[in-house]
Design a protein around this ligand. Structure first.
Ligand code: HEC
Ligand code: HEC
Length: 391
């Protein structure tokens, strides 16, 4: 109780300070990279779906996992921010939020009523309690630019939410077995295992960016299929949306009428393809980066080819051993190998590799130097990193 009383003025003061900062205008590298407005009607429709459509997945999050009860009673705004959930300041009605006890679950309820929690959609009963809740693509694939406060800012669609502890969010559900809860709690920030619910194995993946994909033929770390294939997989089998998904390779054949997913895949694809990789603040064409590009050409370019940096556009996949990767995740997929990841907006989305095993670009370069016996000099490594930062 005492700590609540102490926290309260601190929170209010910092929220107020954040509001002032915002008015003054706070320009960060992230803000400079806010995705452009949709260019076509399909992109605009796709953006709406990406941000706000749950595809009827309340059937999972509310009916099965019983998250509406938890969110209604137990999760305060500070806890939500602590789990890595983000607040969209362009939706936030600051005055109304402050009036609804920002330190209690009613504060979270108010944020949801304002549609200000990125990736969550709620409806309310007559008494103002959360009745149904579901999630959208933006939960994992959007973050905010922290323009007001850490965790509160303008949306950055397509940027992976690397601070979201999605496993810990799911672990709040009261219906899990202790074993399931332990697995969800083991993932940590920015990671999610999109096959755990099928095979019970646990090798979580780093949530990848959903930007810079316009020229990329097959999506996912294992090039499972084109973008709409994967969007349908996730919407139906992971988010729990109400619709159709089948893949004989995986033995999955799900049909639910009405299908709230399939018709949305085309605009969703248009929107994702319209999100460019962030470029602001590119290391200018320094001598170091130029030399790094020459180093890149000696080995890296044999797989990271072309403008989008992946030989998978030519249908190629790689055995885990070729890049010194842990093969456990690939073994669980339909293709059993890894796609050369397209290199885009690299400096904006550490950590790297499917399992997030390289924390920095330096770690990436050291990894390749070791496993591919490149014998790079200290200068080569430094300059290669400078080059990677320009991609
Ligand atoms: C719970 C978190 C979560 C949600 C919600 C989610 N994704 Fe993902 N997404 C992931 C993870 C993890 C991967 C990595 C899967 C892989 O590559 O094998 C991924 C992969 C992707 C990729 C591939 C990126 C690339 O470089 O190949 C795209 C595109 C994508 N998601 C779009 C979407 C869309 C659209 C939605 C909504 C229909 C969505 N995601 C919902 C976690 C999520
Ligand atoms: C034999 C083909 C091959 C070569 C050579 C290669 N890569 Fe890769 N690269 C891959 C594959 C495959 C992945 C995906 C690995 C994974 O995540 O499992 C990858 C992933 C990456 C990533 C992670 C991107 C992200 O968003 O997570 C970076 C960065 C990268 N490579 C840089 C390089 C550099 C620098 C070199 C040269 C020193 C290089 N690669 C050489 C195939 C290759």
């Amino acid at each position: 109780m005492a700590s609540k009383i102490i926290q309260s003025p601190v929170l209010l003061a910092s929220l107020a300070a954040g509001a002032v900062l915002t008015l003054v205008g706070c320009s960060t590298l992230m803000s400079a990279n806010r995705p452009p407005a949709p260019q076509t009607a399909a992109e605009a429709e796709g953006r709406q779906i990406f941000r706000y459509d749950t595809f009827g997945d309340e059937q999972l999050w509310t009916d099965k996992l019983r998250m509406a009860e938890i969110v209604d009673r137990k999760v305060t705004p500070l806890q939500a921010l602590g789990l890595g959930l983000k607040v969209d300041m362009d939706k936030l009605n600051f005055g109304s939020f402050i009036l609804h006890n920002p330190l209690g679950a009613s504060g979270t309820r108010e944020l949801l009523r304002e549609d200000a929690v990125v990736g969550l959609k709620a409806t309310f009963d007559n008494e103002g309690r959360v009745q149904r809740i579901g999630v959208t693509c933006a939960l994992c694939h959007s973050t905010v630019d922290d323009a007001m406060l850490p965790g509160i800012g303008h949306r950055l669609d397509g940027w992976p939410n690397h601070t979201l502890n999605v496993g810990a969010v799911i672990a709040l559900s009261p219906v899990l077995t202790p074993q399931q809860r332990a697995v969800y709690n083991s993932w940590g920030k920015g990671r999610y295992d999109p096959r755990y619910n099928f095979d019970g194995k646990n090798t979580p993946l780093e949530i990848p960016p959903a930007y810079g994909l316009a020229d990329v033929k097959n999506e996912t770390y294992t090039a499972e299929g084109p973008i709409s294939y994967w969007n349908a997989y996730v919407a139906v089998t992971q988010m729990g949306g109400h619709g159709d998904f089948s893949d004989p390779r995986l033995g999955i054949d799900i049909h639910q009428t009405p299908d709230l997913v399939t018709a949305k895949l085309a605009p969703l694809r248009a929107y994702q393809h319209g999100i460019p990789a962030p470029v602001a603040g590119r290391a200018s064409a320094s001598a170091a980066a130029a030399h790094g590009q020459a180093v890149f050409a000696t080995d890296c370019q044999s797989c990271h080819v072309g403008g989008n940096g992946t030989d998978n556009n030519a249908g190629i996949l790689h055995q885990p051993s070729e890049t010194g990767m842990d093969g456990a995740y690939a073994a669980r997929t339909a293709v059993k190998a890894y796609r050369t990841t397209p290199l885009r907006g690299l400096r904006f989305h550490a950590p790297y590799f499917h399992d997030g095993s390289a924390a920095t670009l330096s770690n990436v370069v050291d990894h390749y130097d070791r496993v591919r016996h490149l014998q790079l000099s200290a200068r080569d490594k430094h300059d290669l990193v400078e080059y990677l930062k320009t991609l």
